[in-house]
Write a protein that binds this ligand. Structure first.
Ligand code: FAD
Length: 353
């Protein structure tokens, strides 16, 4: 059981910055994210795109912003449960919340902050009726541990960067790699396309274009895929394989959070923006892209602002008897300091620990 002061669902920019704001108030945080890496949309959708509206940064790549946020929260040592989706929420007798993930990890906290953005990113699945039967029995939608494919036969399908990059990577370690794509041309980076074509010529990748995997075979686990070429309704090719990995991208869904009794409007969680971004359930807050209120803007800087306000309210909820006096994080107010930025940082951390 993981216990913390603030349990944050979603490790996007909003969730990450919440750790900083909570840390200034000496509140410990733990983050849950369905993705295997922190950063939310910035890491998953556009890590190489420049952002121009982060105050103080005329231009910053989304991936660099995430790296900076991780650096900024390091002193507060947040906990992470990554690659697991928050599934259920239960209110305990002592008023705390119990959140359990898709893998059964349990987390307990007096305050839950939903910073779930557009929702958890779910893999887009191909329309194969029997696919559910083979999930985790040969079918995977995300490659987490490439080593499990060593010396195995793998069929990847998809035409974007993910499919190309993994085909290239696995060609080195798998026994056999086939890449199935329904068009002739790929959408991925040109150099990856060229590399796949080279590996196809040298026999390291079995390239099957203008074709789709339309069915799966196997008694208890996956044994083969059925491949059909475009426009060819009569001839099916059956390809024996150990793994089938469709890499068609990820799409966000509010998912199980939608069943937690929260007031939802147009796939977003309604909050009280006049005060503290609390939801209709006291002790549960929603900040960043996941919430809605009159005038809401889905921007990173709005998520940061909401995190700061929300943490003040969470502090009062956790320590109703304590009076909090807000301090700036600059050196003014921290006695006896007149040194460098590095020393200033140390002083700040010392003063809040
Ligand atoms: C192409 C593009 C360009 C953009 N450009 C800009 C820009 O220039 N400036 C700007 O300010 N904004 C920009 N945005 C918007 C910006 O990315 C979002 O406002 C920001 O990412 C919201 O941050 P967040 O932390 O609230 O949510 P997200 O970044 O969406 O992160 C939410 C996280 O919560 C996780 N999650 C959700 N539900 C669960 C669950 N049940 N269990 C576990 N994890 C869960 C998700 O996996 C995700 O990682 C852009 C967006 C896109 C798509």
């Amino acid at each position: 059981m993981i216990k913390t002061d603030i349990l944050i669902i979603g490790a996007g920019p909003t969730g990450l910055f919440t750790v900083f704001e909570a840390g200034l108030l000496k509140l410990k945080c733990h983050l849950i994210d369905a993705l295997p890496i922190p950063g939310g949309q910035c890491s998953e959708i556009y890590p190489k795109k420049p952002i121009y509206d982060i105050p103080g940064f005329p231009e910053v790549l989304a991936g660099d912003l995430v790296r900076n946020l991780m650096e900024q929260i390091k002193p507060f040592s947040p906990g992470f449960t990554l690659g697991e989706r928050a599934e259920t929420l239960e209110k305990l007798e002592d008023g705390k919340f119990l959140v359990t993930t898709s893998k059964g990890t349990q987390h307990q906290a007096p305050v839950v902050v939903i910073a779930g953005g557009l929702g958890s990113f779910e893999p887009r699945k191909p329309p194969i009726a029997s696919i559910g039967k083979y999930e985790d029995k040969g079918v995977a939608y995300i490659i987490k541990e490439p080593e499990i494919y060593r010396n195995k036969r793998v069929v990847i399908s998809g035409g974007g960067d993910s499919a190309l990059d993994w085909a290239i990577y696995l060609a080195e370690i798998a026994k056999e790699v086939s890449l199935v794509h329904r068009r002739k041309d790929f959408r991925g980076a040109l150099d990856s396309v060229e590399k796949v074509e080279e590996l196809s010529k040298s026999g390291k990748i079995n390239l099957i274009t203008q074709a789709e995997v339309v069915d799966l075979k196997g008694e208890n686990e996956l044994e083969a895929v059925v491949i059909r070429h475009n426009g060819d309704t009569s001839v099916d090719g059956i390809k024996p394989t150990d793994f089938f990995i469709p890499l068609f991208g990820l799409s966000p869904k509010l998912g199980p959070i939608g069943d937690w009794g929260l007031e939802i409007e147009k796939n977003a969680i309604k909050v009280n923006n006049a005060y503290d971004y609390q939801t209709n359930i006291p002790g549960i807050y929603a900040i960043g892209d996941v919430n809605t209120y009159p005038g809401k803007l889905k921007l990173i800087l709005c998520g940061f602002h909401e995190a700061a306000i929300m943490c003040q309210s969470a502090y009062q909820r956790i320590f109703p008897e304590k009076k909090y006096v807000m301090k700036y994080t600059t050196v003014s107010g921290i006695s006896g300091f007149d040194g460098t930025r590095k020393e200033a940082k140390k002083e700040i951390i010392k003063s809040i620990n």
